[in-house]
Design a protein around this ligand. Structure first.
Ligand code: ZN
Length: 853
């Protein structure tokens, strides 16, 4: 049943042209397709067309009824010649499409999602990314319900028809794989603008939403224009059509989709205004708009040969959007955020039953491989190549890659070859980053010989076994390294880029005239776990003196982590070094408040758990709360000063103002952790006076976690009523409660699952409650297994509607090996119960099956 990378064969038939004609209707849509098919070589293989859930009305070959046979994946047609014209007509039912793949209805609109394998739910077609076709699309629909008809490419005609219907036609001049096909029909309005490309093409931009949302689209539109300019400036990539449209829809399985000339977005990544979106949301909107736009080159102009190459477009495009975001504000804070999310999502994936290489070898269901490994580790792999090559050669490699492969379906190998050829480097061993799963561990020990002024750094790497890969070869690990003098805090020489290639290596340093302190993996130059013997004093020193802001953050995190791990293991730990390091950071006037806010945050419960052989969620929670309380109490005057100092009069979305808001809410959290009598009032006042969602939600989170009952319930109630009818903000109302560290969270979440605003049919809402709850370490892992049971019940129900979204929520239950026997048994029992469910989807079968293996 599995699809294997090694089995790849080029397509036997190409489809240079396809004309589609949609008779759109939410209950029954008729799809006529005319395919020009061409045999690709000297063979007599039949034409295979994928189809999933289609009701065929007619199938003809060159105008005559075809002899076709049904296969388990579609239809097969025996053909004699080298070229034929295949015409099919099928019926599909958008309103019944709860999987949200193919053509579906969302909030009165009709829209599509085809990646990876949704086009086969629209019409019969060879649904694989190495079949590239030119598309002409005609749509007819009821004009009152669907006044706007959009598809890929350029509009080429429109008109009225009898019976209140109308039509529109679109042509896309660029050959594309079918996963990039899109159409949208609905009652939409556009925020319009134009963008003139470097070579003078005037592009009509439109961000399409339902009319009440129009006022929330300015930020996305501005981000789009900034992205277009950035891709010209930084990568030399220009836009290539006369129109670029984005549509926001409320029901969407993931973030957004890069369909050629017609991006379709989850509305949470388009809509933003001060009253409803946090700074985090604003940043995410800009990042996702940029990401999808950048796909026009890294994904669309050069696409993927097969789905094993997914990281070719996703890893590269994530790297591009991360670089873009870094350029819009604080690059250090952006790097901290990216590393934090890599550690939160990708490291556990790489250490668990679902670990897979950046270029996987096999899958049952490709949707399950839209993972943090493909996206985020894939981006780190690109970043390492950029580090090794340096900026000029990396850009030359990117130019060469686009040049060589424009208009084709390429492979990861093609990308690496372009980097080698342009960079003049040999990346043979480096390729292991694509084939070997698991997070490498690097241990580093620095020895100083005071008399001779020499120091030696001993490095050693190991790559852990992962499912199907019991033994590993050493990786190329690029480590940016620098030494600082413990006495003067001066840099001892400049930064070096060390490429660790063998199991072990030694690096020698001369003229080390004072005891050195090691700064390693600066900027997180390699996605590895570094283990050193640096003690609290050295870590505190680096947190104050390192000249790489990421390394300062990292030293502080390591100090906190060591302290918390000791506290979990021994029930107590010396908290003073953390308190002093936080005091230094908090009172250093030269530091950017946004950086300070990041640096003083304690590592998450789940990251602390990742450091332990057996996770004890309650002990971790208590240790973390204990340290938070100590920091809160000892530094309470500093928190209050930071809180007052970060107050703004009026909302402004700028890097500086964002940083102040972040520090303000972090400080509020510590004031509350200190147990201060006025904390609840302070939070409630912030909640009421806020002129923006960051402050409001920050205060609400504090109230929900640690406020008095009256204030907490009042705030939740006010929030709910203020935003009734605003789905994206109600999602926050659900998730804030699901993430609460209170002991009654499960009871509250069960209650919320029966709330009239809760539905599993909307992926955002399902994730806001079930997804958020399942990452709440304390509540989800309640000792009696009630959290596990609740999540399993929800997943079983959700799988019947939307297998893709359900399967994405399996990993928390799959972490059973990390827990004590009692919890492990309860988690396994729930996974087994899911597996026994009749009619379980292939998506769930793969995720749950692997999790139990
Ligand atoms: Zn992408």
């Amino acid at each position: 049943r599995a699809v294997r990378r090694a089995d790849y064969r080029p397509p036997e038939w190409q489809v240079p042209r396809i004309a589609l004609d949609f008779d759109l209707d939410p209950t029954a849509t008729r799809v006529r397709a005319v395919l020009e098919v061409e045999r690709t070589g000297d063979h007599d293989a039949p034409l295979h067309l994928d189809g999933d859930g289609l009701e065929p009305l007619s199938i003809t070959v060159d105008g005559a009824p075809a002899e076709w046979t049904a296969t388990d994946r579609g239809i097969s047609i025996a053909l004699n010649g080298a070229r034929h014209r295949i015409e099919t007509e099928v019926l599909i039912h958008p309103e019944r499409n709860t999987q949200l793949m193919g053509l579906y209805a969302s909030g009165g609109l009709l829209c599509t999602q085809c990646e990876a394998e949704g086009f086969r739910r629209i019409t019969f077609f060879p649904d694989r990314p190495d079949v590239l076709s030119r598309y002409s699309v005609r749509m007819t629909a009821d004009k009152a319900r669907f006044p706007v008809l959009l598809a890929n490419g350029d509009p080429v005609g429109a008109g009225d028809l009898d019976g209140g219907r109308h039509w529109a036609a679109w042509d896309d001049p660029f050959p594309k794989p079918c996963y990039l096909f899109a159409l949208v029909a609905g009652d939409l309005v556009a925020n319009r603008d134009t963008f003139v490309t470097r070579s003078g093409r005037e592009v009509a931009l439109g961000i399409w939403v339902r009319s009440p949302d129009l006022a929330k689209t300015d930020h996305a539109l501005a981000a789009l224009k900034t992205s277009m300019r950035w891709d010209e400036d930084v990568y030399g990539r220009e836009y290539d059509l006369d129109v670029f449209n984005i549509v926001a829809v409320d029901d969407f399985n993931f973030g957004a989709m890069e369909n050629k000339g017609l991006n379709i977005f989850n509305s949470r990544y388009i809509l933003a205004d001060a009253d409803t979106a946090t700074d985090y949301d604003y940043d995410a909107v800009a990042a996702v708009v940029a990401h999808e736009y950048f796909h026009n080159w890294s994904g669309n102009r050069v696409t993927c040969r097969d789905w094993f190459q997914l990281s070719l477009k996703e890893g590269f495009t994530v790297y591009r959007d991360q670089s873009f975001s870094a350029d819009q504000g604080s690059a250090a804070v952006k790097r901290i955020e990216d590393v934090r999310s890599l550690r939160a999502a990708q490291f556990p994936e790489d250490a668990g039953p679902l670990a897979h290489p950046v270029r996987p070898d096999a899958y049952l269901e490709i949707s399950n491989f839209y993972t943090a490994t493909i996206y985020n580790k894939g981006a780190e792999v690109i970043r390492m190549m950029a580090t090794i090559l340096g900026p000029e050669k990396f850009r030359a490699g990117s130019d060469l890659y686009f040049d060589r492969h424009d208009g084709t379906a390429a492979t990861v190998e093609d990308f690496v070859c372009a980097m080698e050829d342009a960079g003049g480097v040999d990346l043979a061993q480096f390729r292991r980053w694509y084939s070997q799963a698991g997070t490498p561990r690097v241990s580093a020990r620095l020895e100083h010989e005071a008399g001779s002024g020499r120091a030696r750094l001993y490095l050693r790497q190991t790559v852990p076994p992962t499912p199907g890969q019991p033994t590993k070869d050493p990786m190329v690990v690029p480590l940016r390294i620098k030494l600082f003098g413990a006495e003067t805090a001066n840099a001892l020489g400049s930064e070096q880029l060390v490429l660790l290639k063998d199991d072990e290596a030694e690096v020698a340093f001369e003229t080390v005239t004072e005891p050195p302190v090691l700064s390693i993996n600066r900027g997180f130059s390699a996605p590895v776990i570094v283990e050193t013997d640096r003690g609290p004093a050295e870590l505190a020193f680096l947190s104050a003196h390192d000249d790489d802001p990421f390394a300062r953050y990292e030293a502080m995190q390591q100090l906190m982590l060591d302290t918390l791990v000791a506290a979990v293991r021994h029930g107590r730990a010396d908290q003073a070094p953390v308190v002093e390091a936080v005091r230094n950071t908090l009172t250093d006037p030269r530091l950017d408040p946004a950086f300070v806010a990041e640096a003083v945050l304690l590592p998450s419960d789940s990251f602390i758990g990742d450091q332990l052989a057996v996770v004890d969620p309650e002990a971790i929670y208590q240790a973390r709360e204990g340290l938070r309380r100590e920091l809160g109490q000892t530094l309470v005057d500093h928190w209050r000063a930071a809180y007052e100092g970060a107050r703004d009069n009026r909302f402004e979305y700028t890097p500086a103002a964002k940083g102040r808001r972040r520090l303000r809410t972090v400080s509020l959290g510590y004031i509350a952790a200190s147990g201060a009598a006025d904390a609840s009032d302070l939070a409630f006042r912030q909640f009421e006076e806020a002129d923006n969602m960051s402050d409001r939600q920050g205060a609400l989170t504090t109230l929900v976690n640690s406020g008095g009952e009256e204030a907490r319930e009042a705030a939740l109630d006010i929030f709910y009523h203020r935003y009734a009818g605003n789905a994206l903000v109600l999602d926050k109302w659900f998730s804030t409660q699901a993430l609460s560290s209170r002991t009654d969270t499960l009871a509250r979440v069960v209650e919320l699952s029966n709330h009239r605003d809760f539905t599993l049919a909307n992926p955002n809402r399902a994730r806001a409650l079930v997804g958020a709850f399942s990452v709440n370490q304390r509540a989800f892992n309640a000792e009696d297994g009630a959290g596990y049971r609740f999540v399993a019940d929800q997943l079983i129900a959700l799988d019947k509607l939307n297998p893709q979204t359900a399967a994405k929520l399996v990993p928390p239950l799959g972490r059973w090996r990390r827990f004590d026997e009692g919890r492990a048994k309860l988690m396994r029992a729930e996974l087994e119960r899911i597996l026994r469910t009749p009619g379980l989807s292939k998506d769930m079968l793969e995720q749950v099956g692997k999790s139990l293996d």
